[in-house]
Design a protein around this ligand. Structure first.
Ligand code: FPP
Length: 258
């Protein structure tokens, strides 16, 4: 298993879980089986993230655009989601995990809301890790919603146009209440973002893995984090001059704004 350092962990990891359909197709099975194995990978990954001590994990489980898939596949995904919430309830509550959900939740069927809403409330006070499920989620939609809220405030005279700043927009985005993502992983071999966490991605490190999501294992999560830990994040600043390590100087970047 790749070595992960206990310090310098990404606080917030996002995952685009891609490849369920191909996983099933390779075995001559229907897509629903791929999603079922994908749900098993979700369980493994949540446990692995909790074991590592990540503060926040955001999983792209269903995009706003996924509603256009065949009804049968959408129904199968909604049932898997409900089963996941039912079977993982004890694990979530018992391990200090706060369950959250982002996206256009009003579009979710009652069978999902009936288990999602109570679990969100029950786990509200948990502080070890926030598990956010992006459901009926779209990054552009989230940005547009935040813009509408601020435009409404401005139109009502409650804020000035100058108050519409990057931070004010961020404050309206539920995906970023746990902070910007530090690392975003995409499985399944494609190298694209597919409308995930767009606003928060500004300085995220991206990691693309060829493994199909149902095969994603703890070692794959460790490999992604080990890769993140080898990178130098500069946030638009310049690299620090080389010098002897000092305990009073933990950051490896010099704060000179450009
Ligand atoms: C993308 O694979 C995956 C999805 C659209 C759904 C993700 C859902 C799960 C992992 C299972 C249920 C979720 C939870 C939280 C229990 P794809 O179908 O687009 O794969 P393909 O690109 O190979 O066709």
């Amino acid at each position: 298993m790749p070595l992960v350092e206990a310090r310098n962990l990404p606080a917030h990891v996002g995952i685009i879980m891609d490849g369920n359909g191909r996983w099933a197709q390779q075995r001559g099975k229907g897509r629903a089986l791929g999603h079922r194995e994908g749900a098993a990978a979700v369980r493994r990954t949540v446990r692995a993230a909790r074991r590592l001590g990540l503060r926040a994990l955001t999983l792209y489980a269903f995009s706003e655009q996924n509603w256009a898939r065949p009804e049968e596949e959408v129904d199968a995904l909604m049932e898997l989601l409900r089963d996941f919430l039912l079977t993982e309830r004890g694990e979530i509550l018992g391990n200090g995990i706060r369950l959250n959900a982002i996206g256009n939740l009003g579009r979710l069927p009652g069978l999902v809301r009936a288990v999602l809403d109570p679990l969100r409330r029950e786990s509200e006070g948990n502080e070890q890790m926030t598990l956010t499920l992006a459901l009926s989620y779209g990054g552009r939609e989230e940005i547009a919603h935040a813009a509408r809220v601020l435009a409404g405030e401005a139109a009502a005279g409650r804020i000035d146009l100058d108050d519409i700043t990057p931070d004010a927009l961020r404050a309206q985005m539920p995906s970023l209440t746990v902070g910007d993502p530090d690392l975003v992983i995409r499985t399944g071999g494609e190298r694209r973002i597919s409308n995930f966490l767009l606003y928060g991605l500004a300085y995220a490190e991206l990691y693309f893995a060829d493994v199909l999501w149902p095969d994603f294992a703890e070692a794959d999560l460790h490999a992604a984090i080990a890769s993140y830990q080898r990178r130098e994040r500069r946030f638009g600043l310049v690299p620090a001059p080389r010098e002897e390590p000092s305990e009073r100087r933990p950051a490896s970047i010099t704060r000179i704004a450009i």
